[in-house]
Write a protein that binds this ligand. Structure first.
Ligand code: PMP
Length: 307
């Protein structure tokens, strides 16, 4: 990753990719307190465009607020940095990673004297779980690791450190021959995937866990809106793992994972064991929306502009 051409926005400047370095005593590297986003840009008729730019910028600032990190730039600067990261790298489609992290001014847990840095990197990244996964669906396994308790790490913030839990769960699922993990909350109810929110369909109703232990996914919100537009009722409620076993359909949502059907949980096929019809409709609608092919929600699609 470090050795490639292009530029990275780093503390207000676009620097050559290979020079976007930081010291080994960078505080966030040691203790994990940092906040970040995962954003995508897609090709549209108006050129490459960032999907849900404002929602991602807002969540980044909310994460920093929750963590008590003073953001060193205003929202408009971060917005422009995200657009520039795609534009200046000449990318048609991109995954974009803004991240705020503490510098190397001191070790120990007191963060009051530390500088907050901000980077925005962008690169071409295809389907997170592979193209085949988008069509055929994936096999997932309930994790032996619980999702964070709301009073352990704060689940509304997208923080670097919280992904240690995601990685433990994902690695375990992969070692069991599955593609992804399903994490339960500390009370045993379905929370989310290692980097995705979950939806199930039962009797024509779209169900998703309430946002207690799960991240407030922007794709989740988008899907709920799109479902409403095509008359699919949506309910947020506590979901048990056996409710997923007997669901008609299930899928993960996320900026990276997009809409990935789930065809199996804990070695039990879900529904017909392949992508279900409501999942497919929502997936199609989502891809039309991100590519700016729908008339609705033009505010969700922000062209990066000419280089
Ligand atoms: N949950 C977790 C743990 C995630 O990492 C992500 C990806 N950011 C999501 C849910 C989905 O969020 P979004 O749709 O905003 O990408």
């Amino acid at each position: 990753m470090a050795d490639r051409d292009g530029v990275i926005w780093y503390d207000g400047k676009l620097v050559p990719w290979r020079d976007a370095n930081t010291h080994v005593l960078t505080h966030t590297l040691h203790y994990g307190m940092g906040v970040f986003e995962g954003v995508r840009a897609y090709p549209t008729s108006a050129g490459p465009a960032v999907f849900r730019l404002d929602a991602h910028v807002d969540r980044l600032f909310r994460s920093a607020h929750i963590m008590g990190m003073a953001m060193p730039y205003d929202k408009e600067t971060v917005r422009e940095a995200i657009l520039a990261s795609v534009r200046e790298n000449g990318l048609e489609s991109a995954y974009i990673r803004p991240m705020a992290f503490y510098g190397s001014e001191g070790m120990g847990l007191r963060a009051d004297k530390l500088k907050v840095h901000l980077i925005v990197a962008a690169w071409a990244w295809g389907a997170y779980l592979g193209d085949e996964a988008l069509e055929r669906g994936i096999r997932i396994k309930t994790s032996s690791f619980n999702r964070h308790h709301v009073n352990v790490t704060l689940c509304k913030a997208k923080t670097n450190g919280s992904y240690m839990n995601s990685m433990l769960a994902l690695r375990e699922a992969q070692q069991c021959g599955c593609d992804e993990a399903l994490l339960l909350d500390t009370e045993g109810y379905v929370a989310e995937g290692s980097g995705e929110n979950i939806f199930i369909v039962r009797n024509g109703v779209l169900l998703t866990p309430e946002l207690t232990a799960a991240l407030e996914g922007i794709t989740r919100e988008t899907i709920m809106e799109l479902a409403g537009e095509i008359g699919v009722p949506v309910r947020e409620k506590r979901i048990t793992r056996d409710e997923v076993y007997i669901a008609d359909e299930a899928f993960f949502s996320g900026t990276a994972a997009e809409i990935t059907p789930i065809r199996e949980l804990d070695f039990r096929p879900i529904g017909l064991g392949h992508r279900g019809p409501i999942t497919e409709r929502l997936q199609t609608l989502y891809f039309e929306q991100v590519h700016g092919r729908r008339k609705t929600h033009p505010e969700w699609v922000t062209p990066v502009g000419e280089a």
